[in-house]
Design a protein around this ligand. Sequence first.
Ligand SMILES: Cc1cc2nc3c(=O)[nH]c(=O)nc-3n(C[C@H](O)[C@H](O)[C@H](O)COP(=O)(O)OP(=O)(O)OC[C@H]3O[C@@H](n4cnc5c(N)ncnc54)[C@H](O)[C@@H]3O)c2cc1C
Length: 242
Amino acid sequence: MFRSIVHVVRAADITPHMRRVTLGGESLSLLADRHLPGDAIKLYIPETGSDAVIPQYIMLPNRKNPFKVRAYTIRSFNAATAEIDVDVFLHGDTFGSTWARTVHAGDQVGFIGPRHDYRGASAGADWQLLIGDESAFPAIAAILESLPEGCRAYAFIEIADQRDEVPLDLKAQTSIQWLHRGTSPAKQSKLLEQALHNFAWPDGKGYVWAAGEQHAMKAIRHQLTHERHMQRHDFQTISYWS
Ligand SMILES: Cc1cc2nc3c(=O)[nH]c(=O)nc-3n(C[C@H](O)[C@H](O)[C@H](O)COP(=O)(O)OP(=O)(O)OC[C@H]3O[C@@H](n4cnc5c(N)ncnc54)[C@H](O)[C@@H]3O)c2cc1C
């Protein structure tokens, strides 16, 4: 992991609820030999109105920090330009959503990362199942796009409605189920655990990666352990928000 100051290159909506913020900076070229699909990062985002004197804070983590820290995912890395795309789910007037909506080219943010959050590539599995809501979609999309031809993958992705479906550039044989939550609150949704419950378990060794709301992840972990009898090293469930 490394700490650095990066800047906003551009930002654009990719769906009604997802905004892509592209970050750049020479230091990001360090990702060339350190980045894996699904990598997590932390962004130190200045509060509105504060001066962007980030360096002395981000470089000295023990100092009282005048910024809010939010965890996001590297959706993609462009080695030629030393830029990363971060896809931010716009789920209300929250700090992170507001930042993504209002960023301007040149705005600075602190960057810490990457943390490797996906172990499936080395699991020796015959197939993979990826499960998550909008917050996990950037990781799921990056992982699915990294799987080579010949791999078999399944994904359950919870979104509000069809307008939030994003086409992916896939090489593996992939089956994606988009689960439409509509206007129901994301926090109470049981769509992901129901989809897992109804999943026709394929033959062979599977690897399951799931991320999203804390209670949904707990229910999925319980199903994988007690109903599917999966071994702990054959799945990951990661709480992304609560
Ligand atoms: C390793 C990791 C990687 C992540 N990657 C991404 C990513 O690439 N893109 C992304 O958009 N998010 C990602 N997240 C999730 C993101 O960090 C959280 O959603 C975070 O809370 C967003 O901050 P905020 O300021 O918008 O909301 P907060 O100020 O943290 O929360 C405000 C309110 O919003 C609710 N809330 C928070 N997140 C959600 C949500 N997803 N859906 C509905 N309600 C929510 C909270 O319950 C709270 O009531 C990731 C999280 C982790 C741990």
